[in-house]
Design a protein around this ligand. Structure first.
Ligand code: KIV
Length: 253
């Protein structure tokens, strides 16, 4: 698709219905992103998410979209401690949840791990730029690669991850010009989130696209107002039950 100039779509999913809907809409890659820690499980960041929790959601996504291309997002500390532990955990995404590949956050320091996983038959999507798993170290969710030095480092990271065998690279929250430059230099596709239109594809968090929450990240576009729809629907339900309008005769046996 990169060489054909066809843009690639990726969206996060969290369970069987969201995976089924995304697949039916023609989204090419479904990411069971660790952002579900915040959007679905109510954690304050992605850090607390465990491998067990993540696998639970990956398995549900697979049941909802049996033929889709599903990416398991390796959780914080599931691949940083040692190569052995990372391999074992990555294997769980493939064996237990039937994912097609894994994604992990990090720059060139993680290139040896990417090479090892690929060598074992586990395809890897790399993730550079803003790394939400490093939110404490980075001092918040900030656009990355703004200085010349940081941009140079990101370009080096991108090449190292490609050379290690990653088959795609997510670029999160970096200047559009830098993402375009990286995209032009790499043979593998770049998938941007807050990285401008020059990437080979785009990824977004499902609930940001659907308008589920009041918080609206600048890089997302709301294609629906699902949060408002749910609240209004449930308000009507409460009203109808209280008034006796529901259940009506047609809802009764
Ligand atoms: O978990 C997630 O939602 C992600 C995207 C930001 C790419 O990793």
């Amino acid at each position: 698709m990169k060489s054909a100039g066809e843009k690639i779509t990726m969206v996060t999913v969290a369970d069987a219905p969201t995976a089924a809907l995304a697949a039916a809409a023609g989204v090419e890659m479904l990411l069971v992103g660790d952002s579900l820690a915040m959007t679905v499980l109510g954690y304050g960041s992605t850090l607390p998410l465990t491998v067990e929790e993540s696998l639970h959601h990956c398995k549900a996504a697979r049941r909802g979209a049996p033929d889709a291309f599903i990416i398991g997002d390796m959780t914080f500390m599931s691949y940083q401690v040692s190569m052995d532990e990372a391999l074992r955990n990555a294997g769980r995404y493939m064996k237990e949840a039937n994912c097609n590949c894994v994604k992990l956050e990090g720059g060139s320091r993680f290139a040896p791990l990417v090479a090892k996983l690929v060598d074992c038959g586990i395809p890897v999507v790399a993730h550079a730029g803003l790394l939400p798993q490093r939110v404490e170290a980075m001092g918040g969710y900030r656009v990355q690669g703004r200085t010349e030095e940081a941009a140079k480092q990101l370009i080096e990271d991108a090449h190292a991850l490609e050379d290690a065998g990653a088959f795609a690279l997510v670029l999160e929250c970096i200047p559009a010009d830098l993402a375009t430059k990286i995209t032009g230099e790499l043979a593998i596709p770049t998938i941007g989130i807050g990285a401008g239109p020059g990437c080979d594809g785009q990824v977004q968090v499902l609930f940001d696209l659907l308008g589920m929450f009041e918080h609206r990240p600048k890089h997302a576009k709301c294609y629906a107002e699902v949060g408002t729809s749910i609240r209004e629907a449930l308000t009507s339900y409460v009203k109808d039950v209280k008034s006796g309008a529901f259940p009506a005769k047609e809802n009764s046996f």
